[in-house]
Design a protein around this ligand. Structure first.
Ligand code: ATP
Length: 133
């Protein structure tokens, strides 16, 4: 099989190391799929869904912000947070969503508003993925 070494790291843990066939993630410029032999690059990770295809099938996971480095011989993903769907604490994500929505009803600076929108996106993507358990 045409595979490449994939390592996904967060500040909390080594999330995944596998020989992947493909990796799809949400970059700040839109969805990107990497296959073996992809041109070397660095991409900014937005918040979204990781889709990893390896010999055991297709796995999906939540990813927060970070970056992806595509090297000639391996792909490294550095993300602030990654979770498998069954690791997502739904009530925590619901609370984060409610907190963000409440803040958005109040007056905020542009910067605070931006941070709140990002928190809301994290919560919404977690809730969407947790329904794929
Ligand atoms: P919260 O406001 O609930 O802390 P957050 O979006 O600010 O949410 P992050 O900064 O993305 O949280 O993540 C901090 C740590 O907590 C990470 O290790 C992440 O995996 C974990 N985490 C955050 N929310 C959840 C959740 N709903 N379920 C499981 N783990 C979570």
């Amino acid at each position: 099989m045409n595979t490449f070494k994939l390592e996904i790291i967060t500040p909390a843990r080594e999330f995944l190391e596998t020989d992947a066939v493909s990796l799809t993630f949400n970059s700040t410029d839109g969805e990107i799929t990497v296959l073996k032999g992809h041109i070397p690059m660095v991409a900014s990770l937005g918040i979204g869904e990781l889709r990893i295809k390896d010999e055991s099938g297709v796995k999906v996971a939540f990813h927060s912000e970070g970056f992806v480095e595509v090297r000639p011989d391996e792909v490294l993903v550095f993300s602030q947070a990654c979770e498998w769907p069954d690791e997502i604490d739904v009530s925590r994500a619901e609370s984060a969503k409610e907190r963000a929505l409440e803040k958005l009803r109040q007056k905020q600076s542009i910067l605070e508003n931006r941070h709140t929108q990002i928190s809301l996106t994290r919560a919404m993507v977690r809730l969407k993925l947790s329904s794929k358990k």
